[in-house]
Design a protein around this ligand. Structure first.
Ligand code: MG
Length: 162
């Protein structure tokens, strides 16, 4: 093949309300507010799924896991990533690296960052040294700053396995 790597990008947003769980990067965070979603609302793993699918030009998360399908109600987003990784493997790709940024006003992500990195590394079957999770607060600006939502961006590289 003529290319060495293919780059993918993913972005996701979830609304936050009181009384829901806040799961980010496969890790449950202590928070009064959590994500409103059909699945567990893991904004980071959803952005990761879209980055991986985008790199392989295999559509997007909504196409593969439609919220009209009751199978995906309350499903752990870890399962969604596992299925996306398996799909990429079927198409002959392996993952090179992942770099993600979570945008959240509170709580702070830092104490949970290593657990998120390890979860993503395990799911993507790559060393943790090739997984980056960063976080930023929006300084109380916009919907994330008002704690109405959480957002995540993710880029990844994949390459042909052979
Ligand atoms: Mg989502």
């Amino acid at each position: 093949m003529w290319y060495a790597v293919m780059v993918g990008f993913g972005y996701d947003v979830h609304r936050l309300v009181e009384g829901e769980r806040l799961v980010i990067g496969g890790v449950m965070l202590p928070s009064l507010k959590g994500a409103v979603a059909y699945s567990d609302g893991d904004v980071l793993l959803h952005a990761l799924c879209d980055a991986l699918l985008g790199a392989a030009c295999l559509g997007d998360i909504g196409e593969h896991f439609p919220d009209s399908d009751p199978t995906y109600r309350g499903i752990s987003s870890r399962v969604l990533v596992e299925r996306v990784v398996a799909l990429l493997q079927q198409h002959g790709y392996r993952i090179v690296n992942v770099d993600a940024t979570v945008v959240l006003q509170q709580p702070r992500i830092a104490p949970y960052r290593e657990a998120m990195r390890q979860t993503i590394a395990t799911l993507c079957q790559i060393p943790v040294e090739r997984v980056s999770v960063k976080a930023t607060t929006p300084e109380h600006l916009g919907f994330v700053g008002r704690e109405e939502g959480v957002a995540a961006f993710c880029v990844c590289e994949i390459q042909p396995a052979s």
